[in-house]
Ligand binder design. Structure first.
Ligand code: NAD
Length: 293
């Protein structure tokens, strides 16, 4: 029997409707309109699309947004000045600096300068530290979207073997931290998995993937995970977005995985829509936290 598709689009729609209602309730109770400021440096075409999608999603949820465009030759100092202005602007609840930044910019310094209370991507070391201790202020959008999807499909994680492939600060590392935690504030017990974090230097990746009840692939290599690697009945979450001559493909050979796995996320329409969705949730959370502070 083919696997069931984990429909990220449908889950995203459901969560966005909930966020919209929560925003309306917050504003009706006297809270300020949540507002996201997105900073885009340069003309990277993929980044332009991502930022536009984020602006549209904000609008749908009743969240204000401001796009700050800066030229491709912006210096680190100029970008820091802008970030500091947004930090000081009480109308701005959340700040997002779209990555990648041009090479001349010290990206780490810029991300470290975003006020942790407005860091809706959860990239600031202070927020990463809080996540590692199980007391997050914000959860990073892509891994957060993935846990929401697992939870809403009633996919058990407690005691399961999870293989996360890829150790980026944006996806792989926080994903491993969250799934191996003992509860991540999503209502009731969630996570508690036994997680193996694989990367480009992992000695025998196929044998690790073969043990996994849940595989999260965040590598950036088209169709890297093949059916023969997977344990029958595994849950396969494909984070990869790879532009190829055949269009967008994930890090998993989707058609092959559908024959072996129990659940598979498609690309597109799987993890992607959830990433934007959780950004909205984080912007609302930032507005609420700032209002309550
Ligand atoms: P990254 O390039 O920062 O990290 C890739 C990771 O893959 C590295 O840790 C590396 O060690 C590992 N890797 C590379 N080759 C490997 C190999 N042969 N075997 C094992 N591990 C290997 O990537 P990232 O930012 O985490 O993004 C990964 C993919 O996910 C990309 O395709 C990106 O476009 C996509 N992505 C999608 C979303 C979404 O919302 N769907 C969000 C973020 C990233």
């Amino acid at each position: 029997m083919p696997a069931e598709i984990l429909d990220g689009k449908a889950i995203a729609k459901q969560i966005q409707a909930e966020t919209k209602q929560k925003v309306a309730n917050f504003v009706a109770a006297g809270g300020p309109q949540p507002k996201l400021a997105a900073v885009l440096v340069g003309e990277d075409p993929a980044s332009q699309v991502y930022v536009r999608n984020k602006e549209r999603a904000c609008k749908r949820a009743g969240i204000d947004s401001e796009l700050v465009r800066m030229p491709g030759d912006t210096t680190t100092e100029q970008l820091l000045e802008k970030v500091n202005q947004l930090n000081a602007d009480s109308a701005v609840s959340g700040i997002l600096v779209q990555l990648p930044l041009p090479d001349q910019i010290d990206a780490r310094l810029v991300l470290d300068t975003v006020d942790p209370n407005k860091d809706v991507d959860a990239f600031h070391p202070h927020n990463v530290g809080l996540i590692s201790q199980g007391r997050h202020r914000f959860l990073p959008c892509t891994p957060h979207g993935i846990v929401q999807m697992l939870k809403r499909y009633n996919i058990e994680t407690t005691g399961k073997n999870v293989c996360v492939i890829g150790r980026s600060d944006i996806v792989g590392k926080p994903m491993a931290m969250m799934l191996s935690g003992y509860g991540i504030g999503l209502g009731g017990e969630f996570a508690n998995a036994t997680v193996t974090l694989c990367h480009s230097r992992t000695a025998d990746l196929p044998s690790t993937v073969a043990q996994a009840d849940i595989v999260v692939a965040a590598i950036g290599r088209p169709k890297f995970v093949t059916a023969d690697m997977l344990k029958p009945g595994a849950v396969v979450v494909d984070v990869g977005i790879n532009r190829t001559d055949d269009g967008l493909v994930g890090d998993v050979d989707f058609d092959a995985a559908m024959q072996v796995a129990s659940y598979v996320t498609p690309v597109p329409g799987g993890v992607g829509p959830l990433t934007v969705t959780m950004l909205l949730e984080n912007t609302l959370a930032a507005a609420i936290q700032q209002h309550d502070a």
